[in-house]
Design a protein around this ligand. Structure first.
Ligand code: ADP
Ligand code: MG
Length: 347
């Protein structure tokens, strides 16, 4: 299958290069597999509807830090992260299965806390926890979460349907989860140096909540249905808007033009970013873990969405394939790369 005579560093390939490389020899053979790798979910042809299947892995030390992440919140977040990919296909989630790797430092009470959070999330999102697997782990807590959902065949939305001229819309606000993490990590450093000092997180409640207890946007899918709006493309914001725009543009064969002044950023995110000497707009574009929905709609749908306080039109789709530009408040143009804006152009 692969010629393994050389050694190639995985880090040099990037996550998406690696997935592409590994999956190249896997052809879809089952006639019910409607769409394989490449979108937020795999799509399964169930006759009168599509089934949606997705999985996410959460590793201690990589995705969460138990010194400040309460287990109950983590349980909630693990379910949110998985069902978010179902909403990104314009579907509804029905079931989840949970894989757990536990080290012996966990007590029954600790695992109960984790499951209490999962139960609240199951109630909230209307999903059933229907199975999983449990094993010991030598390297901290491992949570693998898979979700199954469904969508009517004529309602499914892929990353790849954006048309030139479509409006680019995002739900909620951006950058909060990233700034929440910066606060939690700062307070942890302070605590390690001065253990008697109790962190005062009250003034950061919103952004800390965004980090610890992600909220998948089931309500956005419900609202789009009520408004009778079917997005032309959609993705959930897990890695950051800059990265998600890249995926949507690549899949759709278009680029995007984004207006900095339109980026929805909570005042708490702005204040905290400035305290850390960070540009709030860069935080909003690159932060990640917001679990908002980023989507495009045809211009004819503008009237239906324009008064929705939770939707912000931040730009539009252009014919420049895979090139995403930011129009800054000072009327400069920057290319949006996954990290920062290295290339400046004045026009
Ligand atoms: P998301 O951020 O929406 O969860 P990812 O960026 O993780 O999506 O993955 C992009 C696509 O690659 C998805 O279709 C996913 O199922 C697929 N994928 C990710 N990792 C692997 C892997 N190790 N093997 C096969 N497919 C993968
Ligand atoms: Mg996703």
């Amino acid at each position: 299958m692969f010629d393994n005579s050389d050694r190639t560093e995985i880090g040099a390939m990037g996550e998406f290069g690696l997935i592409q490389h590994l999956s190249q020899h896997f052809e879809v053979k089952n006639s019910k597999t409607f769409k394989g790798i490449g979108d937020d979910c795999a799509v399964i042809d169930c006759g009168d509807h599509f089934g949606l299947l997705t999985t996410d892995l959460l590793l201690e030390g990589v995705h969460f830090d138990l010194s400040f992440h309460p287990l109950k919140h983590l349980g909630y977040k693990a379910i949110s992260v998985a069902v978010s990919d179902i909403y990104a296909m314009n579907g509804m989630a029905d079931q989840v299965v949970v894989g757990l790797g536990l080290s012996n430092r966990f007590s029954l009470e600790a695992v109960e806390e984790l499951y209490a959070g999962m139960q609240i999330a199951c109630e909230h999102f209307g999903v059933d926890l229907v199975g999983g697997d449990t094993t010991t782990s030598q390297s901290g807590l491992v949570i693998s979460m898979s979700a199954y959902g469904r969508v009517a065949k004529d309602k499914i939305v892929y990353r790849g349907g954006a048309q030139v001229g479509d409006l680019l819309v995002v739900s909620g606000d951006l950058g909060g989860a990233y700034m929440g993490l910066q606060i939690l990590e700062r307070e942890k450093r302070v605590f390690l140096e001065v253990p008697t000092m109790q962190p005062d997180l009250e003034q950061y409640d919103y952004i800390v909540g965004r980090q610890l207890k992600a909220e998948a946007r089931k309500d956005v899918i419900e609202l789009l249905k009520i408004l009778d709006v079917k997005p032309t493309s959609m993705i959930d914001v897990s890695d950051g808007v800059a990265s998600e725009l890249h995926h949507m543009g690549k899949a759709s064969g278009c680029g995007f033009h984004v207006y900095e002044e339109k980026l929805p950023i909570d005042p708490q995110t702005i204040d905290t970013a400035l305290t850390f000497d960070l540009n709030p707009s860069i935080v909003a574009l690159n932060g990640g873990e917001d679990y908002e929905l980023l989507f495009t709609v045809g211009q004819e749908d503008y009237e239906k969405i324009k008064t929705m306080p939770d939707f912000t039109v931040i730009g539009y789709a252009t014919d420049v394939t895979s090139k995403n530009m930011l129009r800054t408040k000072s009327d400069n143009q920057f290319e949006i790369k996954a990290q920062g804006w290295p290339d400046s152009q004045k026009d």
